[in-house]
Design a protein around this ligand. Sequence first.
Ligand code: PGA
Length: 260
Amino acid sequence: MKQSVKMIVGNWKMNGESAGLAEFEALAARLKSDPCRVDVAICPPATLIDRMRRIGGPAAIALGGQDCHAEPRGAYTGSISAELLVEAGCDLVIVGHSERRQMFEETDAAVSAKTAGALRAGLTPIICVGETLAQREAGEAASVVRGQILGSLHDDLTGRDWALAYEPVWAIGTGLTPTLEQIAEIHAAARAAMVERLGEGGRIAPILYGGSVNAGNARDILAVAEVGGALVGGASLKATDFLAIIHAAELALVAADAQG
Ligand code: PGA
């Protein structure tokens, strides 16, 4: 991943019946006619991956899974392996999203195993971490994130394309966001933990921010030091909203260029 590029990833979660394809079509058409420097990806429900691949073609939008199983194949009813995601047309996969950690009781060790599975198949893993409101109020945000990073990363990440996503659980889908100072503080702590876990190789992967990113706050958030992009839920479902966030990322790049 080039440091001079921001990564904007949409997570459609369990939304986007085929009606949502019109939004994807509009997004793909706009990015084809008006190419940008930002790396754009959508992680739709698995049922839409192949249809999006056909619409987007070899376009400016990468496709990703929202989760994968650690094993390549086998008797795991309801699960999708990283290999199956690749075959469907994915380049990346989200692992360890807090909704999976909380609702499906995924542990750091499980997330690490899924990360290894993603790398084995050739996918770029986006590894999610983030504290709950109770943990933040107890002053534990940085230590919780450090612990999740130490437990969820995998040795195989060294030298590979991957990203971390800092997503405070209390900011997801709530309209609440941390202050820019709080984002900067946790991203710095996350970087330190990535280096602690992987050595110098931990300096390269971008750190995305996720949690109530929208057209109104994206520009400020994307200008924070160590914010390498955004993982966007609700605001990724409508092409106009998502395009506004992509535009904000472009402006952040232009501002960074101007600063030298
Ligand atoms: P949100 O979701 O943008 O709707 O808060 C972010 C996420 O869960 O990745």
